[in-house]
Design a protein around this ligand. Structure first.
Ligand code: NAP
Length: 314
């Protein structure tokens, strides 16, 4: 089958806050703009129950906020391609290429806003019980745990916020954290500590998830005493941070030791005309507001870059 070829000034990969913000700024900057995603649009915040730190909205659902981002991009005529099956990405030529199963997308500039995904515990039973008691999305799966017992692993904002959310369904939620103090914001810690359904197990890490058809136990190791303890749980929700979604770019761009893409203050990567924005890049803060800000900076830099090009015609 001959693949169709589509040409754009800029293609944005990823449709979270960085992607949609970049799309809005690029199309307002008069660039022929496309936004692609291998999933449904909206990125990680679509799965957040609610946010209370995005300026202008004292409380808003994550899904609702991302719908607003998308509607805003629609207003400026951004061309949208959700659920694309990317086969390869070529960044090192003047006209960049993204090949999918039926289309070759070509663009003068690419903004990578592919975000990050949940890190795995990498312990026995985690993969085996995924979808049968191991879940990385409380908002998707929480309702399956009515009156059950859940272990949430981690001590950051995600772990504590999702643990609180899960208490809406579960009769008990253990929060298992490897240290004595939390990484989460003070306010979030205070709220979680007041929740009577949450029991904190500090200085412990999970070493195995056990069960038959579904999860039945989690084995913990006390990192101070090395003692092992098995507790009965019906579900395990690891919230131990994130890793970048860079599988299509690995080796083509400069990345840090954890795989996050290195950029300068203009979101320019190590390859000319390729920008990275949001959680996928090496950044000190990963929030909706900072991702949106990165997207705006990247798009404005792409506009200026394209103005300097003389040879590539679209
Ligand atoms: P995070 O802040 O990196 O926290 C990860 C937690 O998991 C840490 O407590 C860490 O322990 C623990 N951990 C890491 N690897 C582990 C392992 N192998 N075994 C056991 N525990 C492990 O990640 P996050 O909570 O997913 O948050 C990611 C970013 O999103 C953060 O910037 C966060 O502020 C932001 N966020 C914001 C909101 C909001 O504003 N509403 C909500 C969610 C997330 P240590 O503390 O010992 O390192």
């Amino acid at each position: 089958m001959t693949k169709q070829e589509l040409f754009f000034d800029v293609i944005i990969l990823g449709s979270g806050p960085a992607g949609f913000s970049a799309a809005i700024y690029a199309s307002r900057g008069n660039l022929k703009t496309a936004i692609l995603d291998i999933s449904m649009f909206g990125g990680q915040p679509s799965n957040y129950l609610e946010l209370e730190n995005y300026p202008g909205f004292s409380l808003i659902g994550g899904f609702e906020l991302m719908e607003k981002f998308e509607q805003h991009a629609d207003k400026f005529g951004v061309e949208k391609f959700p659920m694309v099956e990317i086969q390869s990405v070529k960044l090192n030529s003047e006209l960049k290429e993204i090949e999918t199963n039926d289309t070759i997308f070509k663009a003068k500039s690419i903004i990578i806003a592919t975000g990050a995904q949940a890190k795995k515990l990498n312990i026995t039973g985690e993969t085996e019980f995924k979808g049968r008691g191991v879940s990385y999305c409380a908002i998707c799966d929480g309702a399956f745990y009515k009156d059950k017992i859940i272990a949430v692993v981690g001590g950051g904002n995600s772990a504590l916020e999702e643990a609180m959310y899960l208490t809406k369904f579960a009769k008990k939620v253990y929060v298992i954290h490897r240290r004595e103090t939390f990484r989460a914001d003070k306010l979030v810690c205070e709220r979680a500590c007041k929740n009577e359904k949450i029991e904190f197990i500090m200085n412990n890490v999970p070493v195995e998830i056990k069960g038959n058809n579904t999860v039945e136990n989690i084995v913990l190791k006390n990192i101070k005493t090395n003692e092992l303890e098995t507790i009965s749980v019906d579900g395990v929700f690891p919230y131990i941070g994130i890793e970048p979604n860079t599988e299509f770019f690995n080796g083509q761009l400069k990345q840090n030791a954890c795989g996050f893409i290195e950029t300068d203050e203009n979101m320019q990567t190590s390859v000319e005309g390729i920008y990275a924005a949001g959680d996928v890049r090496n950044t000190p803060l990963r929030q909706v507001i900072t991702a949106a800000s990165d997207g705006a900076v990247a798009a404005c830099a792409a506009v200026k870059y394209i103005e300097t090009l003389t040879t590539v015609q679209v």
